[in-house]
Design a protein around this ligand. Structure first.
Ligand SMILES: Cc1cc2nc3c(=O)[nH]c(=O)nc-3n(C[C@H](O)[C@H](O)[C@H](O)COP(=O)(O)OP(=O)(O)OC[C@H]3O[C@@H](n4cnc5c(N)ncnc54)[C@H](O)[C@@H]3O)c2cc1C
Length: 389
């Protein structure tokens, strides 16, 4: 069986690894010219960590753990009103937890698939499901046939658009935009991730682990669902955050060129089915939960693992796709619902909402509330124990 994977990110590379391990030939097309640079921090735990352990890459990841001992919710002077310590986080997660840069994980996955054909700077232009095979035209020229096409090309999936329909049909907007970029540490920053919130907007800073390196993250309420052109991103951040308190003006002053700022809407993907004919979707392409769930990477890796296992076990794409979807969908839907609820209060609209959020944070960030927090944020692996799948 020959499988074309569109998208060489977390889901795509994990799928390529497990297909290869199960005797199926993957080919990956990734539209970026090389492995991606930059990126943002992720909390890595639950099923994703389990899949990484099964791949034997945890030892490669651990030295790159982000140096964060607590998440502080600060006021304009930088004083923490509420604090989520590593000890409390351990009680909530109750399992291994690795804060990482997204690109660290992608880099380790890339290393793990060095024997897979990856075509960088390439993408799909047209897809024709011919019943006995799927025929794909590539943007760079040429046409090839595959047994199966898997779209692992993220929340704005081109595969989804080509095969399932326009983006708007499957998008659920959470009413928030996010932006992120690296900044120089002028603050003698400690091992802290700090969140500062004003009505409708929030700025966040955390260390990357590289000497003098910090990441700035901005969240702001917006009903706009369109993508902001790269050249306009910095101006939008300046007009939205320019008069914000704390160290926000200094973070803006240190921004890189507008073109290199990561910016996106907070968008979930909800679809009636994750497959059609010989085409299936995996990861954010079919089940994006947004950063709020802190489980996007895990579900992308879990989906890839389960899909590879189903393709091998069933030997037939129709049964395999049904089995994959049946195994994954409930958990993804549950995580999406949790994220939807949490997103409503993430960046309060009003001063009153902010006061309530601060009081709530102070109350709940205690060991006694760990079980409550675990219901919202905890995650244990959804995979059967090793050797039983
Ligand atoms: C700021 C932020 C913080 C986050 N924090 C967390 C967290 O703490 N924990 C967590 O688990 N998740 C987190 N997430 C979510 C997580 O990053 C995603 O859920 C995860 O990366 C999804 O993996 P994916 O492979 O499906 O998509 P992606 O990682 O987006 O990969 C898609 C790949 O497809 C490629 N591609 C796109 N279009 C095409 C095309 N047309 N042709 C070919 N290739 C294409 C892209 O270049 C990319 O390599 C966060 C997300 C953001 C934005």
């Amino acid at each position: 069986m020959r499988v074309l994977i569109c998208g060489g990110g977390i889901a795509g590379l994990t799928l390529a690894y497990w297909l290869r391990r199960r005797g199926i030939e993957p080919v990956v097309v990734e539209h970026a010219p090389h492995g991606r640079l930059g990126g943002y921090g992720i909390d890595f735990f639950g099923t994703g960590y389990d899949v990484a352990a099964r791949m034997g890459i945890v030892d490669q990841l651990t030295p790159h753990r982000l140096p964060v001992d607590s998440v502080d919710f600060v006021d304009a002077s930088g004083r923490a009103g509420a604090r989520l310590t590593s000890a409390l986080l351990d009680k909530i997660i109750q399992g291994p937890h690795l804060p990482l840069m997204h690109t660290t994980l992608e880099g380790a996955l890339l290393d793990a698939v060095s024997d897979v054909e990856i075509r960088f700077g390439e993408t799909i232009a047209a897809v024709r499901d011919e019943g006995s095979a799927v025929e794909v035209d590539f943007a760079g020229g040429g046409t090839e046939r595959f047994n199966v096409l898997v779209g692992a090309d993220g929340v704005h999936s081109r595969t989804r658009e080509l095969v399932f329909g326009p983006h708007g049909r499957f998008e659920r907007q959470l009413g928030c935009r996010l932006a992120s970029y690296p900044v120089t540490d002028r603050y003698d920053w400690g091992r802290v991730r700090a969140h500062y919130t004003e009505p409708g907007r929030q700025s966040v800073v955390y260390p990357t682990g590289e000497a003098g390196g910090l990441m700035a993250l901005f969240l702001f309420r917006s009903q706009e669902a369109t993508s902001v052109p790269r050249a306009e991103r910095l101006d939008l951040l300046r007009s939205t955050f320019g008069d914000m308190g704390w160290i926000t003006p200094s973070l803006l002053a240190d921004a890189p060129a507008s073109e290199s700022i990561f910016m996106d809407t907070m968008t979930q993907i909800v679809m009636p089915s994750w497959h059609r004919g010989r085409v299936a979707l995996v990861g954010d392409a079919c089940g994006c939960m947004t950063m709020v769930s802190a489980q996007g990477v895990s579900m992308a890796m879990a989906g890839a693992y389960v899909l590879a296992e189903a393709l091998q076990a069933e030997g037939d794409h129709v049964r395999a796709f049904d089995r994959y979807q049946a195994r994954m969908r409930g958990e993804v839907t549950r995580r999406q619902r949790n994220a939807l609820v949490f997103a409503r209060s993430l960046v309060p609209r009003s001063r009153a909402g902010l006061i309530a959020q601060n009081a709530g944070n102070r109350l709940i960030m205690r060991a006694a509330f760990a079980p409550v927090l675990r219901r919202q944020f905890g995650a244990t692996s959804i995979l059967p124990p090793r050797g039983k799948d």
